[in-house]
Design a protein around this ligand. Structure first.
Ligand code: 1GP
Length: 248
């Protein structure tokens, strides 16, 4: 319960958390030491590892390498059970509650159990909500949508998303994750974050399409407890320098 307790403590003290997301499919192992050095000198508090399409075993190799270079907690954010890497610290046990595909609501979880039994991974039950942009011209099919075969909930359908988040909490989920999709053109709106935040008491994770310090702070101000950023660190190395510890 170590990592979850840290998230709860931070929430209580209104200390905002930032996870850098590393996709094993995109990260070159040789570049890990420099990349993690950048993470270590930034305000990031967590490293998330996961992707929609990752070769088997790539995750465990990557996590072991990351762990050699940082003390930050490494949390699995798996697209599939092949990404359950015992060398990580924790696992987001994601149920895709925005969709109606039984495999991603409970099926994969049943298959994961034998793989989890032999690990010390801290399990973080997470209600995962995929949100589509409210502006249809910005709509592009996200990897999560494609791989899971589910329909995201439209971001303008704020009440439905808030009810989904609350239902997740009532089912016992310990975290709620609002996901705009990796590389989304439009991050989760402030109005949506604010409304969902008001409906739940468990910590709120927000990710997808956040590329600037301004967008990061907007998410925090609206009530995100932990923000996940992947693409911006992959495509813009200078983004780390904007997030250096003394600067923020
Ligand atoms: C995707 O929420 C994460 O699952 C992060 O998205 O790659 O757009 O930062 P980005």
């Amino acid at each position: 319960t170590h990592i979850y307790q840290q998230i709860l403590d931070a929430k209580k003290q209104n200390k905002k958390l930032l996870a850098v997301l590393i996709d094993p499919d995109k990260m070159d192992i040789a570049l890990v030491p420099q990349f993690i050095e950048n993470v270590n000198t930034s305000v990031a508090t967590h490293i998330f590892v996961g992707g929609s399409e990752v070769a088997p075993h790539a995750t465990n190799v990557l996590v072991k390498t990351i762990k050699q270079h940082t003390k930050l907690p490494v949390v699995l954010f798996p697209g599939d059970i092949t990404q359950i890497a015992p060398s990580a610290d924790a696992l987001l046990f994601l149920s895709l509650i925005s969709g109606r595909n039984a495999a991603y609501l409970i099926g994969k979880h049943v298959k994961a159990v034998p793989l989890l039994n032999n690990t010390n991974l801290e399990i973080l039950p997470t209600g995962y909500i995929l949100v589509a942009p409210d502006n249809h011209t910005l709509n592009k099919i996200s990897a999560v949508q494609r791989v899971t075969g589910t329909t995201p909930i439209c971001g303008s359908n704020i009440q439905e998303i808030a009810n989904t988040a609350k239902a997740g909490q009532l089912l016992g989920m310990k975290l709620i994750y609002l996901e705009a999709g990796s590389g989304a053109l439009q991050p989760i709106s402030q109005a949506l974050i604010t409304t969902v935040k008001a409906c739940i008491t468990v910590p709120l994770i927000v990710g997808g399409g956040i590329k600037s310090v301004q967008q990061l702070q907007a998410a925090y101000q609206s009530g995100a407890d932990l923000v996940v950023i992947g693409t911006a660190f992959e495509t813009d190395e200078t983004f780390f320098s904007e997030l250096q510890k003394p600067n923020l």
